[in-house]
Ligand binder design. Structure first.
Ligand SMILES: Nc1ncnc2c1ncn2[C@@H]1O[C@H](COP(=O)(O)OP(=O)(O)OP(=O)(O)O)[C@@H](O)[C@H]1O
Ligand SMILES: [Mg+2]
Length: 383
């Protein structure tokens, strides 16, 4: 259904401001949030949206940290992350009563940090860090990135320096796996194989004795004796740390499922990204989590020009070419609204915020401000 501008609009006006009610709803949706998760398919504008929401919340006086995952180079520059991976947050110079910090998740460094922080002794930490099995799983095990994002989220949420953590998810269909990642780790720690591997240390036996157990001998034949010995050494070194990991996993699960966490879904008016967004919305619904807001990024702007506006029936070729152009854009915008209708229905009653395609990409704080104004309305006085 084509959206018609109100017939009573007095003058031709280019609508570049958000619908005030939507902006207010978006602000309300984020108001008391302690965690905001931005999700959507690849390239739709998740990182941009995460940064823009961070900017707005900082303007609202909150101390915000944005955790990004592999941002586009120019966006990384805009976020002051030009130096590459910075696993610790760095503060952005923004004109706001609150604070805006940003960091890029470094999975392996986060895991190393956790091991150092939780090992009962520096020697045990070093034993784990040097372990080949650990070195292989620290970055490579599927789900490690999601799990480390969850661990990082836990630490930042607990950090009294920050009021709100904004998490940018990776561009994969599995982006919401981190909802389950902490649970997966807890299940893994409860797994009989893990218990079996841990048993020898509890009984004070040596690795060699473990490897002599029939079940492990069989595993060793399949994966290789060295790999098994490394794995056993790793789990033995891990002994005593699993309780902390499990406790944090439970805490993050509870946080992600609590009212303190809001999910912002980002989509673009393209079939594949809409399908992906509907998939995300369905997964959130399955987890009994609602979408707090839908951002439709890179949309075709709507023009608030009434059909009967001055000059509609002009004979002037320049003006009539402009009208033809306007009608074409209006038809595209209407088609985009039609295409997005099922997604909008899926996320109802969440506010739907339309962000038009800008002439260039977003590569500095000024660009982020531009999108912020499109989402939240003209600048209000700060403070
Ligand atoms: N409304 C917009 N108009 C123009 N360019 C935009 C807009 N929103 C985002 N961009 C640009 O599009 C590119 C992709 O945006 P962004 O990196 O935020 O997407 P993403 O969803 O995080 O991508 P990925 O899935 O690769 O992480 C960036 O260069 C960004 O500057
Ligand atoms: Mg991104």
């Amino acid at each position: 259904m084509a959206r018609r501008p109100p017939a009573s609009a007095p003058e031709p006006v280019l609508v570049v401001e958000p619908v005030a009610t939507t902006a207010a709803e978006l602000s309300a949706a984020l108001g008391a949030a302690e965690v905001v998760v931005c999700c959507g398919s690849g390239g739709v504008g998740k990182t941009t949206t995460a940064a823009v929401l961070g900017l707005q919340l900082a303007r609202d006086g909150r101390r915000v940290v944005v955790v990004t995952i592999d941002p586009a180079k120019r966006l990384a520059d805009a976020l002051g992350l030009a130096g590459g991976l910075t696993n610790d947050p760095s503060r952005l110079d923004v004109d706001a009563p609150g604070e805006l910090w940003a960091m890029m998740l470094d999975t392996a460094a986060t895991f190393d940090g956790l091991v150092r922080a939780n090992a009962p002794s520096p020697e045990q930490a070093e034993r784990i860090l040097a372990n080949r099995f650990y070195r292989n799983i620290a970055g490579a095990l599927s789900g490690t990135q999601e799990y480390m994002a969850a661990e990082r989220l836990h630490a930042l949420h607990d950090d009294p320096h920050f009021d709100v953590v904004i998490v940018d998810t990776p561009p994969t269909r599995n982006a919401l796996d981190f909802l389950e990642a902490p649970g997966t780790l807890a299940r893994f720690l409860d797994h009989p194989l893990f218990k079996l591997l841990m048993m020898p240390t509890r009984r004070g036996l040596k690795v060699l004795n473990v490897a002599a157990q029939p079940v492990l001998r069989t595993i060793g034949k399949v994966v290789g004796g060295d790999v098994l010995a490394d794995a056993i050494a790793f789990f033995q070194a891990f002994d005593g740390m699993e309780t902390g990991f499990r406790d944090r996993a439970d805490a993050v699960m509870a946080l992600l499922r609590s009212d303190a966490t809001r999910y912002v879904l980002v989509a673009a008016p393209k079939r594949d990204t809409i399908d992906e967004a509907r998939y995300f919305a369905a997964r959130l619904r399955e987890a009994t989590l609602g979408v707090s807001a839908l951002v439709v990024n890179r949309s075709t702007p709507s023009f608030g020009i009434p059909d009967q506006a001055v000059g509609r029936d002009t004979a002037d070729p320049v003006l009539s070419a402009l009208w033809a152009n306007h009608d074409e854009l209006a038809a595209i915008a209407a088609a985009e609204h039609d295409q997005l209708a099922p997604l909008v229905a899926d996320v109802a009653p969440a506010p739907v915020c339309w962000v038009p395609m800008l002439p260039g990409d977003v590569h500095d704080v000024a660009g982020l401000h531009e999108i912020r104004r499109l989402l939240f309305g003209p600048d209000r006085p700060t403070g």
